[in-house]
Ligand binder design. Structure first.
Ligand SMILES: Nc1ncnc2c1ncn2[C@@H]1O[C@H](COP(=O)(O)OP(=O)(O)OP(=O)(O)O)[C@@H](O)[C@H]1O
Ligand SMILES: O=P(O)(O)OC[C@H]1O[C@H](OP(=O)(O)OP(=O)(O)O)[C@H](O)[C@@H]1O
Ligand SMILES: [Mg+2]
Length: 284
């Protein structure tokens, strides 16, 4: 099938499960067995390839796959000709320097030192920008142990909660090198692919359905402007007539995190029958 959309999804690690969950919410079939490497979704003319997150930018950059989900850190580390097209709001982390607790290191102290990392592309780029000449030691994982084991003087690694670093007796130093999250990537120069656009529209819909709720209420026309200012909606709220003199019904999307506060504020300006419902799916 030549016009099948081919998408790369992380097969393991921190991004695998949330990426599949998001694609499922966007209406795509996803694998049931975590050992499956390929899954065909005939309904959506899409084929999913489950690959190591670090390899995804390489596959997409070579033009074999149309798009993929990976971490921004992995995209930038790869140097592949791919671009970030949509941040997905999960897999959040920072990429940071750390050294033995109490060492009180500064960025400039890295000159001539050994720095262990799994992201040498990112690290070398940053050191180059800051004029630091250091020896980069490549490790595949568990980088935090390298200092204690005498392999490195500092590390540059992914930090989420900081628990792994603390447990290894390490301390952060310097500014964050990068702030990362899961992102959709696409090969540079393939901006107008309608199939990729459809995938992106669906994923944007999932992000909106997760972050927003639908709010309905009734309000007297005298206070309509005040109420609408509290619920401006995405493209302006819908205002419909009610079979009650002087009253209208209003419907608008509001941020999920503010819904309860907005309901209180609406009540205080005289709105009644205030209802909140989940958005199951949307295209915005
Ligand atoms: N503890 C974490 N919390 C949130 N996101 C994380 C965490 N660790 C890594 N990530 C992010 O998840 C993405 C994939 O990292 P992950 O560690 O799952 O892959 P990996 O290290 O290649 O896999 P593996 O550990 O199996 O070799 C990266 O973008 C990274 O920033
Ligand atoms: O700040 P924290 O919440 O402790 O998370 C950060 C840790 O999570 C990741 O490790 P992962 O489990 O992917 O193992 P790896 O080192 O083998 O990649 C990352 O490389 C850090 O080690
Ligand atoms: Mg990892």
């Amino acid at each position: 099938m030549p016009d099948q959309l081919r998408i790369a999804v992380p097969n393991k690690g921190q991004l695998a499960e949330p990426a599949s969950a998001m694609l499922r919410e966007a209406g795509y079939r996803q694998r049931k067995d975590s050992r499956d490497l390929v899954l065909v979704d005939p309904e959506n003319s899409t084929e999913f390839f489950f690959l190591r997150p670090k390899d995804i930018a390489v596959y997409v950059g070579e033009g074999i796959l149309h798009a993929g989900i990976t971490g921004r850190d992995m995209l930038l580390d790869s140097g592949a000709p791919v671009e970030e097209v949509l941040p997905l709001g999960f897999g959040g982390s920072t990429f940071r320097f750390a050294a033995r607790g109490g060492a009180d290191m500064k960025l400039a102290d890295l000159q001539g030192k050994r720095i262990a990392t799994s992201f040498e592309g990112l690290l070398e780029g940053y050191l180059g920008e800051h004029g630091i000449d250091a020896r980069v030691i490549h490790l595949d994982g568990a980088v935090e142990s390298s200092i204690q084991l005498g392999v490195a003087d500092a590390v540059a690694d992914v930090v989420s909660t900081g628990t792994t670093l603390r447990n290894a007796g390490l301390e952060l130093f310097g500014d964050p090198i990068l702030t990362s999250e899961a992102v959709v990537i696409r090969r540079t120069g393939f901006e107008d692919d309608p199939q990729v656009e459809r995938l992106l529209r669906r994923l944007r819909g999932v992000l909106v359905a997760r972050d927003y709720v639908m709010m309905d209420y009734d309000v007297h026309t005298d206070t309509l402007d005040t109420a609408v200012a509290l619920t401006p909606g995405m493209e302006g709220p819908t205002v419909s007539p009610l079979r009650r003199e002087g009253w209208v019904a209003v419907r608008a999307m509001v941020p999920r995190a503010s819904a309860q506060r907005i309901m209180d504020d609406l009540w205080n300006v005289g709105a009644r029958a205030i209802l909140v419902t989940d958005i199951y799916a949307c295209r915005v």
